[in-house]
Design a protein around this ligand. Structure first.
Ligand SMILES: C[S@@+](CC[C@H](N)C(=O)[O-])C[C@H]1O[C@@H](n2cnc3c(N)ncnc32)[C@H](O)[C@@H]1O
Length: 304
């Protein structure tokens, strides 16, 4: 359990909003969104809206019938009685999908760096289910013992982390020999030309209103193919990950269709009120559009 918060839910939500306003003002003035300010921004976005990932991405049409969390868990694959850790668990969607598979004789733990996300996940644990959530960082999962999991999952986490070396070393430490690591990441290297053009217009809004946000690497194009990432997998002792590409489709007729997808993402959250108006107008001008969002699933194992 998380320790009892000293403040009310409203006060915490207000604190997250205040932190976002402060960061937006700096980034609008050109302060680069890198390092600790980027980390504070990510955390404040999750704290202000812990269900954003689940509620936006899970409404999209899965072009090949895929569901983000079920694909992750079924591709591992996990079986009844196994122990699974979900790193960067957010509101717990992937952890609960794993819990459905490993059942009452298994065990699922979830870890997220944002306490509000952990609280949101804890609030959804069915009575008596062998699931626990903890506040923690992927870089230092010290609450858990060596070789204590059959599987580790990371749903849409790796592209939020600049340096994968420590997190992957931690995952390798926690897995038993032969244990599986399965992750999903956005795969922007597979964006269609029409969608790259669409995203270019959205990024131009960011450039006009929050220029500092384009200074840092908000997301990678391609994990694990970028050399640093490939090396991090290797150095942690993992076999080269197998890849499974899935495409999600967002059919957008009107700006109201596009808005939830962008306004609740990191892209939308960095914009102040004027920036959000600019984004709305830009999206309106781009309608109708069907955006294909590429997601890549990675699967590897600890040799042994
Ligand atoms: C895009 S969300 C995905 C949430 C969830 N896994 C899902 O798929 O619904 C990324 C999550 O990773 C968490 N996160 C980012 N960096 C982290 C780190 N270094 N250690 C642990 N969690 C982290 C964020 O707080 C956020 O909840």
């Amino acid at each position: 359990m998380t320790s009892e918060p000293a403040t009310s839910a409203e006060e915490r939500a207000q604190a997250a909003e205040d932190s976002l306003s402060e960061i937006r003002a700096k980034v609008a003035d050109g302060t680069p969104l890198v390092g600790s300010i980027a980390t504070s921004f990510q955390r404040a976005v999750v704290a202000a809206d812990p269900f954003a990932t689940e509620e936006t991405l899970l409404t999209l049409t899965a072009v090949r019938g895929a569901h983000l969390y079920e694909t992750l868990v079924s591709w591992a694959p996990f079986v009844a009685g196994e122990r699974v850790l979900d790193v960067g668990c957010g509101a717990g969607g992937a952890a609960f999908a794993a819990a459905d598979v490993v059942g009452p004789t298994g065990f699922v733990a979830g870890v997220d760096v944002v306490p509000e996300a952990v609280r949101a996940a804890e609030g959804r644990i069915p009575a008596g289910a062998p699931i626990l959530f903890r506040v923690g960082r992927a870089e230092s999962l010290t609450t858990f013992e060596d070789k204590s999991f059959d599987g580790v999952i990371a749903s849409l986490l790796l592209d939020w982390i600049d340096d994968l070396r420590r997190p992957l070393e931690e995952v390798a430490r926690l897995l038993r020999p032969g244990g599986r690591f399965v992750a999903s990441v956005m795969a922007f290297d597979r964006l269609r030309a029409a969608d790259a053009e669409f995203m270019g217009q959205v990024l131009a809004v960011i450039g006009r209103n929050a220029p500092g946000a384009l200074a840092g690497r908000a997301s990678r194009a391609s994990i694990p193919d970028e050399p640093d990432d490939a090396q991090a997998f290797k150095d942690a002792g993992f076999l080269t990950p197998e890849e499974l590409d899935v495409t999600l489709g967002a059919v957008m007729e009107r700006p109201e269709d596009a808005w939830p997808l962008f306004s609740r993402s990191l892209l939308g959250a960095i914009l102040d009120e004027n920036g959000q108006k600019d984004l709305w107008q830009t999206l309106a001008d781009l309608m109708p559009h069907t955006l294909y969002i590429p997601v890549r699933f990675l699967r590897t194992r600890r040799p042994g």
